[in-house]
Design a protein around this ligand. Structure first.
Ligand code: UD1
Ligand code: CA
Length: 433
């Protein structure tokens, strides 16, 4: 493949999204749409320019979290609005330049390689049931004649179902020579990159249309299309894991973000969300559990458990309604209804139902450390910071405010009082008054 430059258009506001957030920052599988265009572009080129305008600082800052080796330029949007205006004043390094839209999060490098043809312009065409929202490709005698935008189309043109997918490869020389010739004589008063197609044809240049599929080239302009694109993206993620041997119960109900890793003999039940950079190894994640930025290894979790960021759950059983956060559990059982935050709990320890690590004093967070083979009775509160050594027995209903030494029994209970027949006396008194 020839070396080529890539320009990604991401300056538009995205009014059809009806949102304050710039369109390309809306997320799919946990990452902004623009992230995917850049990620795929980097597989093909070392000269990538992203064109920004609306809220450019916000978009740039967000992308710099993930990428360091790309160029950002700001479009002269006031004087040259539109997709044509967006590519003006860029000097690509290589003799060919691929132009991508930042609102096409399903694009894959393998599909972009198909543009590697010898022509002045290689353009992408979608054959659709309805081309609503897209520019229409006007074909005469089997040849592309021009592209007409939806907002400029006649009723006859609107009926055309051959759409411009919006990705092009240009010979850099042609692009630089012809951009200054674009005008904004259209209903949107914008400079259209699509007008270059008609110009190339009139100059007798070679134009090669390639037919592409919507699975890869879907443009996202509205929240409906965002949701549709995410379904396609999710299916891709899940299919890869299924092929690698992960068992999924009702995969359509499972949500897995872009960076999640799953390894070994793992079962994911229905309704599970795996978020951020979570890694699941040889584990069973049961119905409706949520796992975020955490490691789960040789463990079972849920149903309905919430594993919050920076938890490490290893050789452990986590049951229903257990919430963890920054919790490292190694060889532990926490079967029911607990909050385990900012803690380290060691092998053989059993956490009784209703246990709470009180990690927050209203200002700072503190740690609870629990050693090996500790038996924590139900309804225990650990008021952190506390350290519980190995082999400790804690009676149900305890409030632990200090450290406990190895081998001890710890109980905090008021002496029980039983007053025979007091029930009747109590209500007798009430009646009199
Ligand atoms: C564009 C095409 C249309 C095609 C469709 C495919 C034009 C004129 N139309 O229409 O033929 O069917 O894509 O999805 O090109 N952008 C800028 N600067 C601007 C305007 C837009 O950078 O001034 C960026 C946007 O951020 C977006 C991309 O260009 O990433 C496409 O813009 P958008 O407004 O979505 O174009 P469409 O109307 O979808
Ligand atoms: Ca679009």
């Amino acid at each position: 493949m020839d070396k080529k430059s890539i320009i990604i258009l991401a300056a538009g506001q995205g009014t059809r999204m009806k949102s304050e957030l710039p369109k390309v920052l809306h997320k799919i599988s946990g990452k902004p749409m623009l992230y995917y265009s850049i990620k795929e572009a980097l597989k093909l080129s070392d000269d990538i320019t992203v064109v920004l305008y609306h809220q450019f600082e916000k978009v740039k800052k967000e992308m710099e979290k993930y990428f360091s080796n790309i160029n950002f330029v700001i479009q002269d949007h006031q004087n040259f609005p539109g997709t044509g205006g967006a590519v003006m004043n860029i000097v690509p390094k290589y003799s060919k330049v691929l132009v991508l839209n930042g609102d096409m999060p399903l694009i894959q490098a393998s599909e972009l390689e198909k543009f590697d043809l010898d022509a002045t312009i290689v353009m992408s065409v979608l054959e659709l049931q309805s081309a609503d929202g897209y520019g229409r490709v006007i074909i005469e005698n089997g040849n592309v004649k021009k592209i007409v935008e939806q907002k400029d189309a006649s009723i006859d043109e609107l009926a055309i179902t051959t759409a411009n997918a919006g990705i092009y490869q240009f010979e850099t020389k042609f692009l630089l020579e012809n951009l200054p010739k674009l005008n904004n004589n259209n209903n949107q008063k914008e400079y259209y990159i699509t007008d270059l197609v008609e110009m190339a044809i009139k100059e007798g240049k070679i134009l090669k249309p390639i037919i592409v599929n919507e699975e890869n080239f879907k443009g996202v302009n509205s929240k409906v299309e965002l949701a549709d694109a995410e379904v396609i993206h999710q299916n891709r993620i899940k299919k890869e894991f299924l092929k690698a041997g992960v068992i999924m119960r009702l995969p359509d109900t499972i949500y897995i973000e872009e960076e999640v890793q799953i390894e070994g003999e793992t079962i994911i039940e229905n309704g599970v969300s795996l978020l951020g950079t979570s890694k699941i190894i040889n584990s069973h994640i049961k119905t409706n559990s949520v796992i975020e930025n955490s490691l789960i290894e040789n463990s079972d979790v849920g149903p309905m458990a919430r594993i919050r960021p920076d938890s490490k759950i290893i050789n452990t059983h986590i049951g229903n309604f257990v919430e963890t956060k920054k919790a490292e559990l190694r060889g532990v059982k926490a079967g029911h209804l607990s909050y385990l935050g900012d803690c380290f709990i060691d092998e053989g320890t059993n956490i009784g139902c209703g246990t709470i690590t009180c990690n927050y004093d209203g200002v700072n967070k503190h740690q609870t450390i629990i050693g090996k083979n500790v038996f924590v009775g139900s309804d225990t509160q650990f008021v952190a910071p506390v350290i519980i050594q190995d082999d400790v027995l804690i009676g149900a209903g305890a409030t632990v405010t200090g450290d406990i030494k190895k081998g001890a029994l710890f109980v905090t209970r008021a002496k029980a009082k039983v007053l025979d027949g007091y029930f009747y006396k109590h209500f007798e008194n009430k009646k009199k008054s």
